[in-house]
Design a protein around this ligand. Structure first.
Ligand code: UDX
Length: 436
């Protein structure tokens, strides 16, 4: 199939490269000339395991190319995938500016019988807007589809090749037939629904996962009050197969480019349709308030942050990415500086991104290794569960001459080991801990 992916951000590049690897002819189209010229040289502007290699292979094979020219990009395409950004507007709704302007650009060049599939996360009711724009210009028969994306950063290539499911929202059988055929090599379940259901499925999936995280965080907070250990609670409830133990670790709240934005969008959408009192506004607020609340709580446990030197380990929003969108470090580091603490930051991949984001401050430094970041600190704050941070032997950085704390903000380290190294241990929702 001849495919064009408009928008060469995270989702667009991964989608283009993976479809090219299944022997489709794919064009990645973007109006950003700099981005396109980098991609042509196989330079990916972000870190994502396996992507650069795939990009190289597919450009070399001739299955994948990049362009900034709409006519060249669209005129031969059987399928045009819209994967442009839909950032939140100030009220929290999805800003469709890029999506609708890309639609306007592509419309004059559409090939007869082409499918235009919206992969960007958009609320139900968006396809009629796309349709209205295309119908004003295109003189050919075309089809529309909603094809939401469920990949996770850090495993995006793997998730695209082996998705849990693919969701296709359309009205015509011919669209289902062609898109089902496109996804056949992925050997996964293809769910065929209406465009509105497909779009709601995307919001529902992310809002459910964000709710699940918020729920266990709230249980952890209650455990703090009564001496229960949230990890024991999780172990106990996870035997119920309806609950399970997956995707269930408490921490400092959810971040990243999707959950915060999508939950806010769903909350905004709820308000728009007269359901503003529902769960989603509350979930978003609870997540927003979480880091300042926890930081105060940690500070109280260690006798105040002022004058303390703190190693903040993990600056990206999660492991295996250098993406800092809605990363906990963006709230944690300013909080610590504001409390007159000194911060020594480290991340396996996001150091250069962090250096660009944080204004220079005499109390903030970045370091190339955990060992270096933890030199002479009072507190080690393990913020993100990079394997390197979880598996590190912190006995190397213990200083017998002073009292030190290790805060495990994801409950991934063994509390008994941390205590054995000589730290005061602080976890999330861990009351009486008696590990063997
Ligand atoms: C998410 C969805 O998983 C994906 O399906 C969707 O397409 C985009 O949004 P992503 O943002 O890449 O993907 O990361 P994910 O691994 O799901 O984590 C999201 C956030 O939740 C991170 O901040 C993570 O630290 C946090 N999280 C996750 C928890 O706090 N606890 C958990 O148990 C799991």
């Amino acid at each position: 199939m001849q495919i064009t992916v408009i928008g060469t951000g995270f989702v667009g590049v991964v989608t283009a490269a993976v479809f090219a690897s299944y022997d489709n002819k794919v064009i990645g189209l973007d109006i950003d000339e700099k981005k396109i010229s980098k991609l042509k040289k196989n330079l990916v502007p972000f870190y994502e395991p396996g992507l650069e290699k795939l990009l190289k292979q597919q450009q070399k094979s001739g299955n994948l190319e990049f362009t900034t020219a709409y006519q060249k990009g669209i005129e031969n395409s059987d399928l045009v995938i819209l994967a442009v950004g839909t950032p939140s507007n100030p009220e929290g709704g999805a800003d469709l500016t890029y999506l609708l302007s890309a639609t306007k650009e592509l419309a004059p060049y559409l090939k007869s019988e082409a499918i235009v599939a919206v992969k960007s996360t958009v609320p139900p009711g968006t396809l009629p807007k796309v349709d209205k724009i295309i119908s004003q210009t295109a003189n050919v028969k075309y089809y529309l589809a909603a094809m939401p994306e469920f990949l996770k950063e850090g495993s995006a290539v793997e998730d695209t090749i082996h998705p849990d499911r693919v969701v296709i929202g359309a009205r015509e059988n011919v669209v289902f037939d062609r898109l089902r055929e496109l996804h056949r090599p992925l050997k996964c379940q293809v769910i065929e629904v209406s465009p509105e259901s497909a779009q709601m499925a995307k919001y529902a999936a992310n809002a459910y996962l964000a709710t699940r995280i918020t729920f266990i965080n709230q249980i952890a907070d209650l455990c703090e009050k009564n001496g229960a250990d949230v990890e024991e609670v999780i172990a106990a409830i996870s035997h119920d197969r309806r609950i399970g133990k997956h995707y269930w670790y408490p921490g400092v709240g959810y971040g990243g480019s999707c959950f915060p934005k999508d939950v806010k969008e769903l909350a905004y959408y709820s308000r728009q349709v007269g359901e503003g009192e529902n769960l989603f506004n509350k979930i978003s607020d609870l997540n927003e308030e979480r880091i300042p609340r926890l930081m105060k709580n940690f500070g109280d446990q260690l006798g105040g942050w002022s004058g303390k030197t703190v190693a903040v380990l993990g600056l990206a929003f999660k492991p295996h990415t250098d993406d800092m969108r809605e990363a906990p470090s963006l709230k944690v580091i300013p909080y610590l500086l504001d409390q007159q603490a000194k911060v020594r930051g480290y991340d396996p991949k996001a150091l250069s991104a962090a250096k660009q984001i944080f204004p220079s401050d005499e109390n903030l430094s970045f370091h190339d290794s955990i060992d270096d970041a933890c030199q002479s600190v009072d507190v080690v704050l393990a913020l993100i569960e990079w394997p390197e941070i979880v598996d590190y032997d912190y006995s190397h950085v213990i200083d017998q001459k002073k009292e030190q704390w290790l805060i495990d903000a994801r409950n991934q380290l063994l509390a008994s080991q941390v205590k054995g190294w000589g730290f005061n241990y602080i976890g999330i929702g861990r009351g009486e801990i008696d590990e063997q």
